[in-house]
Write a protein that binds this ligand. Sequence first.
Ligand SMILES: O=C(O)[C@@H](CO)OP(=O)(O)O
Length: 281
Amino acid sequence: MFSVSKSSSLLAHRVAFTRSFAGARDKHTLVLVRHGESTWNLANKFTGWYDCPLSEKGHVEAAEGGRLINDAGIKPNIAFTSLQKRAIRTLWHVLEETNRMWIPTIKSWKINERHYGGLQGLDKQETVDKYGKDQVLTWRRSYDIPPPTVDKTSEHHPSNDERYADVADWPEEFTESLATTLDRVVPYWESEIAPELKSGKTVLIAAHGNSLRALVKHLDGIDESEISNLNIPTGTPLVYELDENLKPIPQAGSFLPLTGRYLGDQDAIRNRIEGVKNQTK
Ligand SMILES: O=C(O)[C@@H](CO)OP(=O)(O)O
């Protein structure tokens, strides 16, 4: 008797489990968060792979982002972040505010900020004063024109940082454009992140202005000229609903060309986006 009722309840459980995952497979939720303001955002310096922490305001922004995710009832099952403390700390805030510190978190340099080469550490406004606004805008936002390189004598070259030294065969001269950032972000998305979504999980990614620009360029099919005008605000959750092929389902109130929706006060978000844009006036 006992074994019959046990096996039938097991069967019922399996059916319910399969149903809930079959339902989940029709629509997938992806949450992207750029880290909160960092100390080098505050100082208006080109940052790239320099590992600066969040500023005080950045901690507040990241926690607020977490509360917005929680209030929206979104429950991430797995999280991805970079090897950079501003994104990792942002993720910690979000996990704390959503009471989901227990979920698996995976870190990879593949979703690091775009490496800013020889500009890393330079003041953005002083760089405009020296090279002109147009040149700096080209370095910041052109699709495939990279900033100047660093060589292996520079502290900013990845071969001089133990977390990166052995993960790739770094060229003598290194820098990244948005195009070369895409070359690492998109394969990582395809091989590591997309399968988690397809298995029915809600995915959270805490990353960076330019690695997220690369990802949304791919997701939303944004063309090379349009992506130049796209700036991603700090600490602001961007929520995508994806169909069974992981194509975005356009959300009401999205800021085109993005089809995901930002959580929070929409006017404040517009101001934050303008703030990023105006770092080099
Ligand atoms: O300095 C950087 O690494 C990035 C992000 O903070 O700046 P920008 O927005 O100029 O690409």
